[in-house]
Design a protein around this ligand. Structure first.
Ligand SMILES: C[S@@+](CC[C@H](N)C(=O)[O-])C[C@H]1O[C@@H](n2cnc3c(N)ncnc32)[C@H](O)[C@@H]1O
Length: 372
């Protein structure tokens, strides 16, 4: 095989990954779908996209090179480096016109090919969905009250929240977010900079009149994003599809809220970090280990170690130092996936499936069944 034909064949493989990523955006982001389909075609023809993706051609499918490309291009737009393209991007006030998208993208792709290549090679797809605070809030209300009932207390426990895979930590302040219900009531903090439309069907099985008291929170991530920096904020923003304005506005509000209430996310793999956090026991506080949309990315070794760390802490939990595991993760249901909220409590021995919702946390249906 000649050098040229080898290059053509790797670009063809990459083009297929771009096309698959485009397919994943269908019905949700016509802008990203079109950009990726046009870029796939450009890859097949050996155009500027091939130059930009040089060095990333053999990346594995799970690293989603297409979404890294789309994120890097969005970032150029957010930075004001792609004026022709910006007019298609609702995140900066534009309006997509798909037939001319690619010709308007080309000047920026050509002018910033080296920067794009560097960024695409140096980054992983990184999102942090503040909408997941809504199921988290409801789940914490249930956990704090069920743990209290099991310990014969009248007042719900205060909570220490430990998040594994926290990304930028945007879900580490669930008590400072407002949750608007369909009857107009706002749970949590109605004056918050971030008020989510919870879009709940049903209600959490808890007295929602109580206040959620969070007395400690900490998070870790293999690739934490520091949202106190412009770079961190741009990084997270670039991976929100630019024509999903609801998500875009939600992220912007969550970043504003984070600026008023900073929480550092530690750089660490989950199990080691959790072992250290759980070694410290606080009396009269419910410790809650939380993760959302993380499990699929965790290596088998880390999964096994994480389970062992949690089992060890669960065995030591007492009615005055209870422990909870609360997760919002995709689970296979028939031939599709749905995102379920699961709760385990120790030493109460409670294990509940609290309901299911969209991957971004809203809408959500509360429907309590045993967690087998
Ligand atoms: C899809 S993001 C979800 C982020 C956040 N939990 C949310 O719901 O918005 C998955 C996160 O898990 C992190 N992650 C993957 N494996 C991890 C591990 N073994 N330990 C800690 N974090 C991990 C990734 O770096 C990434 O930030």
């Amino acid at each position: 095989m000649t050098r040229d034909s080898a290059a053509t064949s790797v670009n063809t493989v990459l083009a297929e990954l771009f096309a698959a990523a485009a397919h994943g955006c269908r019905d949700r982001s016509p802008l990203t779908q079109r950009l990726l389909n046009d870029a796939a075609e450009d890859l097949r023809l050996g155009g500027v996209t091939a130059r930009i993706m040089a060095g990333s051609e053999r990346d594995r499918e799970g690293s989603v090179p297409g979404l890294r490309f789309a994120g890097a291009v969005h970032r150029l737009v957010l930075e004001g480096r792609a004026p022709e393209l910006a007019k298609h991007y609702p995140s900066v006030g534009g309006q997509p016109h798909l037939p001319t998208l690619w010709e308007d993208a080309l000047p920026a792709l050509k002018a910033h090919a080296d920067l794009l290549r560097y960024r695409i090679g140096a980054t992983v797809v990184q999102t942090n969905e503040p909408g997941r605070s809504a199921p988290l809030y409801g789940g914490l209300m249930v956990a704090a009250q069920e743990a209290a009932k099991a310990a014969n207390r009248h007042v719900p426990f205060c909570v220490r929240l430990l998040e594994v895979g926290a990304s930028g930590g945007l879900n580490l302040r669930p008590h400072h977010v407002g949750y608007r219900l369909d009857d107009g009531t706002v749970l949590g903090d109605p004056d918050s900079l971030l008020v989510l439309d919870a879009e709940w069907t049903g209600r959490p099985p808890a007295d929602l009149g109580h206040r959620l008291r969070v007395v400690g929170r900490a998070g870790c991530d293999l690739n934490p994003v520091d949202v106190s920096t412009e770079d961190g904020r741009l990084h997270l923003s670039s991976f929100v599809w630019a024509d999903q304005l609801g998500r875009w506005n939600r992220l912007r509000d969550a970043l504003d809220l984070a600026a008023t209430d900073p929480v550092k996310v530690d750089r660490s793999a989950g199990p080691e970090w959790l072992a250290k956090q759980l070694a410290r026991v606080e009396r009269d506080v419910l410790t809650v280990v939380w993760h959302s949309v993380v499990w699929q990315y965790v290596s088998p070794a880390d999964r096994a170690m994480g389970r062992a760390v949690l089992a060890d802490a669960a065995a030591k939990a007492t009615p005055t130092t209870p422990l909870a595991l609360l997760v919002f993760e995709p689970r296979r249901a028939d031939d599709t996936y749905r995102f379920e909220l699961l709760l385990k409590l120790w030493p109460a021995g409670i294990s509940l499936n609290l309901g299911y919702g969209e991957g971004h946390g809203t809408p959500f249906t509360w429907n309590v069944t045993p967690w087998e």
